[in-house]
Design a binder for this molecule. Structure first.
Ligand SMILES: Nc1ncnc2c1ncn2[C@@H]1O[C@H](COP(=O)(O)OP(=O)(O)OP(=O)(O)O)[C@@H](O)[C@H]1O
Ligand code: SF4
Ligand SMILES: [Mg+2]
Length: 386
């Protein structure tokens, strides 16, 4: 067990590493099986109006310092044709949730250890946690695409932009673009679509010759190449200036309307969420602490963390000497406490907050929160639940 100060002896670290190898080898054995029958990874949606359903998802990293519970029992849905915004502090598990859906976790240390991710492609429903890699390759790109957080690490530095983009079309749209010229034409068209003026020139350049914003637009063009029904956008506009940001958001919205795509939008930017999202999921330390329609989350945020988040965003026309910041820091992901993860930073905590992690309370049919403040059985009692 790691000490509170995070110190680990070499012996302890070796022991953890040995244990990890045992766990991950077992999990890898099931992941790398060949000829998995379709019946093992076909399933049904709980609600056919959803594009994705995450249910009780646990994704852990088995590191030499201990097990990082990056995603710890996360459940939410992305309805068909809707945009779901996922917000939360850095390190709360947003990217790991989306990488679990794409099956792009850094393995073998990163593993989905429990729970379900159901993906609705229209004619079939896949249980992603059991879907073999060869099937995933077909789903990624054709059906769902991800716009990554870091364009420089996602583009291959040794290939020209044009070659990398052509490859996507050749791999997934060969029948529509059978010749080399047709493929190039499609790439140029995509580059123009994301607002790159000198598309012929960019076609022949290497990633390092482009600015951060241009690289991000290339990434977006690649992700949209196959008109995916599900777009996972991880901080898609962070590297862009506001005018380009607005164009990219318009582009995503346009695509959503044109082919009724669903979007999972991960961002720190509450302004982007307010503009784009139909539903909002608020994560904190690997868990969903609040979820609801965008209107519910913006007009009546319930969880003290969400309330703090809303208070920390600047408002045009309102004079503030200093923006609000939530005091304290997130708990160590290797040694999570067994009480509310937000307790040590919460200015609304009461005696009952020392008890077990709070359960979920439904405030409306769509609005849920994990906080004792809304649990009538506990609030005001000063009693511990544990
Ligand atoms: N490859 C990895 N190995 C070990 N731990 C990892 C790995 N990738 C992510 N983690 C851990 O998982 C947790 C969640 O990370 P994640 O990248 O999902 O955060 P995030 O919410 O996307 O943050 P940000 O807003 O900074 O992008 C963090 O504690 C991180 O340290
Ligand atoms: S359960 Fe208690 S400590 Fe946790 S967020 Fe709610 S009020 Fe704060
Ligand atoms: Mg991230």
């Amino acid at each position: 067990m790691a000490r509170d100060d995070g110190y680990l002896s070499a012996r302890e670290s070796r022991r953890i590493s040995k244990e990890n190898r045992k766990i991950t080898a077992k999990l890898e054995k099931t992941r790398t099986r060949r000829n998995v029958p379709e019946s093992e990874y076909m399933t049904e949606m709980k609600n056919p109006a959803n594009a994705v359903e995450f249910e009780n998802l646990h994704t852990f990293f088995f590191t030499d310092a201990g097990t990082v519970k990056s995603v710890d029992s996360v459940s939410f849905e992305v309805p068909l044709g809707k945009t779901v915004g996922v917000v939360g502090e850095s390190g709360c598990g947003k990217s790991v949730t989306s990488l679990s859906l794409m099956q792009l976790l850094q393995r073998p240390q990163g593993q989905v250890v429990e729970g379900s991710i159901r993906l609705n492609t229209g004619d079939k429903v896949y249980e992603i946690t059991k879907t073999p890699e060869n099937v995933m390759q077909h789903l990624r790109g054709n059906f769902m695409s991800m716009i990554f957080q870091e364009p420089m690490t996602s583009l291959n530095p040794v290939f020209r932009i044009g070659d990398q983009m052509d490859e996507v079309t050749m791999l997934h749209k060969k029948s529509e673009y059978p010749t080399k010229e047709a493929v190039k034409g499609r790439t140029i068209e995509l580059l123009k679509m994301v607002g790159i003026a000198n598309s012929e020139g960019i076609y022949n350049m290497y990633p390092h010759e482009l600015s951060g914003g241009m690289r991000q637009r290339v990434m977006i063009a690649m992700a949209l190449a196959c008109s995916p029904k599900l777009i996972i956008a991880d901080e898609p506009t962070t590297a862009l200036d506001v005018t380009i940001q607005a164009q990219i958001l318009d582009l995503l919205r346009g695509l959503k309307d044109k082919i009724n795509s669903s979007i999972m939008l991960i961002t720190h930017d509450l302004g982007v969420i307010a503009e784009m999202a139909d539903y909002v999921v608020v994560m904190y330390s690997g868990r969903v602490v609040e979820a609801g329609t965008a209107k519910e989350i913006f007009s009546s945020p319930a969880h003290p963390y969400t309330i703090g988040l809303m208070a920390s965003k600047p408002v045009v026309g309102k004079h503030q000497d200093k923006l609000y910041s939530i005091p304290g820091k997130v708990p160590n992901p290797i040694n999570m406490p067994n009480y509310c993860y937000f307790r040590d930073r919460c200015d609304k905590r009461e005696g009952c907050c020392d008890g077990a992690y709070p359960g979920e309370i439904w405030l409306s049919e769509t609005h849920r929160v994990s906080c004792y403040r809304y649990d009538e059985a506990h609030m005001g009692s000063g009693q511990s639940k544990a």
